[in-house]
Write a protein that binds this ligand. Sequence first.
Ligand code: FES
Length: 241
Amino acid sequence: MEVKFKIFRFNPKRDKAPRFDTFTVEASLNDRILDCLNKIRWEQDGSLAYRMSCGHGICGSDGMTVNGVASLACQKLVKDYDHTKDILIEPLQFFPVVKDLVVDMTPFFQKMKVIHPSSGTDVTDVEEGKELKQTIEDRALFDDAIKCIMCACCTSSCPVVLKEEPEFIGPAAVLRAQRYIFDSKVKDVLDRLKIMEKPHGVWSCKSYFKCTEVCPKRIKVTEAILQTKRKILRELHPTGT
Ligand code: FES
């Protein structure tokens, strides 16, 4: 079966403007989009640039926009799309393009850095030789958040980041903060809550749910953001002030 791909091409060092190239690939319904990109690079155009590493939804490096939706190319199959039409492949939105489908992730990691308070240590002090216990229920409070592979699909799909407030730290950073805030072994909870309520922090989220829709690990990102907002109200503003 022949499948056509329309792929964003741009080398800012050389090209005046982006363009789209079309490639036809011999593929089966169960081939991954990543398999098709590999075929194109190996057999048709070795200059096509994209990131990949594990090939199995673990490393998060092959985030890209497929038919308008941020996705991991290794998790999407040809049969997930209408393959009678061109499948459109573009870089993740919001991030500057380095080349073709490779984006500069610096803004993403800068947003992540914000959640680490400069004061205090993370893990609650433990008496030497003593086990630091955590109940199953306590551990479950951040079970979902630790599945994040930092692919940036959520940040690249967030309408607040894209259209309203590019400075918003974004869903992935709030999710990472939630992981620490709800971990009973971490002690600087209040510091993180205070960071979260600064301008461009958690209150910028308008619960569009786009992050939850696109997350390749099926993390309930919006729910984690709402939990963080509720925790701020409980811990920092118990009297409603
Ligand atoms: S290549 Fe690692 S997540 Fe897709």
